[in-house]
Design a binder for this molecule. Sequence first.
Ligand SMILES: NC(=O)c1ccc[n+]([C@@H]2O[C@H](COP(=O)([O-])OP(=O)(O)OC[C@H]3O[C@@H](n4cnc5c(N)ncnc54)[C@H](O)[C@@H]3O)[C@@H](O)[C@H]2O)c1
Ligand SMILES: N[C@@H](CCC=O)C(=O)O
Length: 516
Amino acid sequence: MAIKPYHYEPLTDFSVPENRKAMEEALREVRSQFGLSYPLVIGADRIDTEKKIVSVNPSNPQQVIGSVSKADTSHIDMALETGWKAFAQWKKVPGPMRARYLYKAAAIMRRRKLFLSALEVYEAGKTWTEAEADVAEAIDFLEYYGRQMERLSEPVPLIPLDDEEDRAFYVPLGVGAIIPPWNFPLAILTGMTSAAIVTGNCVILKPASATPIIGAHFAEIMREAGLPSGVLNFVPGDGGTIGDYIVTHPLTRFISFTGSREVGLRINQLAAQVSPGQKWIKRVVAEMGGKDAIVVDETADLDAAAEGIVTSAFGFQGQKCSACSRAIIVDDVYDLLLSKIVERTKKLRVGPADNLNNHMGPVIDEKAYEKIFGYIQWGKENAKLQTGGTTLDGEGYFIPPTIFSDVAPGSKLEQEEVFGPVLAVIRAKDWSDALKIANDTEYGLTGSVYTARRERIEQAADEFEVGNLYINRKCTGAIVGAHPFGGFNMSGTDSKTGSPDYLLLFMQMKVVAERF
Ligand SMILES: NC(=O)c1ccc[n+]([C@@H]2O[C@H](COP(=O)([O-])OP(=O)(O)OC[C@H]3O[C@@H](n4cnc5c(N)ncnc54)[C@H](O)[C@@H]3O)[C@@H](O)[C@H]2O)c1
Ligand SMILES: N[C@@H](CCC=O)C(=O)O
């Protein structure tokens, strides 16, 4: 069997009765495993600690999904030392062979797709479709990065000199820390970890504290895929407590982080300081937040725009870095489009994520719930509430999709990342004004433009300062390999996940020049 060219993973249609039944069975299977405890994994050792991170269901926080052991600083020392020991062998494994571990892990994930999706429904509060899309994306990262590593294992083409042989090839960096967020609990964690590993590095993986059980299942899948021990060390812990220790540790060679602007900047700053005994400049790859906008002009298909805005704003409860949190609409069509957006939004059902009939589940935890309601309160005092904004019945952290209109450019709700189901609608004088408002943010992650005018599409391609610009479509849902993903400015360190360039961030080029 030859390795086929990369193709993104198809999604499951849950309107088909057999698929629905299979998912219901997977949800039952996950429930039967509630309460299990998962150890740290350092080298070949599985370590149970007294202190645990307890993971709960955000749709019903009384329900415990499971617990993971909690690493302290001594475990971080152990994991880094173990990683460096494993690195001595792992870096010598040829790239195409390392890729095979990823293909194997992808095959295991594919076989367990619905189980992992069901786990996300309970641990992250994702609806069925959002959960399955995340698992599919994790598989995509494994398949795509494997093939990219095969390509990058070829010798680098050089200009030949007359009197010597020159060779150039990529070598790994060493042992690094992988620090993912909870919002794409399998896809982003898998992408970040597999990119570092397939390029020949060893890692310590600290999953986000809200979704550690999914992380534990990933670590287990990599073990089943045959990954040599010590290449991936799994060390859950509280970011605020052990994060600085990991980042400043002299044995940490690189940090791959995805999360908030605040934590990303802190990591970037701390990593720049040289600790005693450290003999490299740490490399930091940081993917951070967004304040993403959809701009609509007077020539746009307004029904398509309303659909794109609602999907982008409220998919996974607005908890995507790519989420549309600003709809910037030109005056001519503002009132009409606003009414279409509000009408569609009012049809969205919010409730427990394991019920297929709900379009939206809960936000991730109490802290997020309180923070989002802080923004809602601000909106009530400073803008016009169109829908939502109330508390909802039920045990979980449910927030209705909330829309504020007449939000002033430059104001708090127009500038800060809410990371929840809150949409700010902003009136622009005209197209030029709309583009100016869209660019007036320190972030630059995703954006969309709805227009029928060719010259405006080209102007946006040139002037809309975002890493991922979409035309006449939603601003979420990047596909690995088709939409390299990552933002400008305060949205990160200018890297692109799922792109032909991404793996280079985990390697350096070595040149050997030989005279005979
Ligand atoms: N650009 C992207 O591709 C992308 C993708 C997903 C999420 N995000 C962003 O992530 C944020 C939401 O995720 P989050 O709430 O998990 O973010 P977060 O910054 O709170 O946490 C991210 C990770 O950092 C860890 N952490 C916390 N404090 C730390 C410290 N001092 N040192 C080291 N690690 C520490 C956390 O435990 C977690 O694993 C949003 O801002 C969102 O826009 C960006
Ligand atoms: N890659 C995802 C967003 C990841 C951030 O949360 C998308 O394109 O919607």
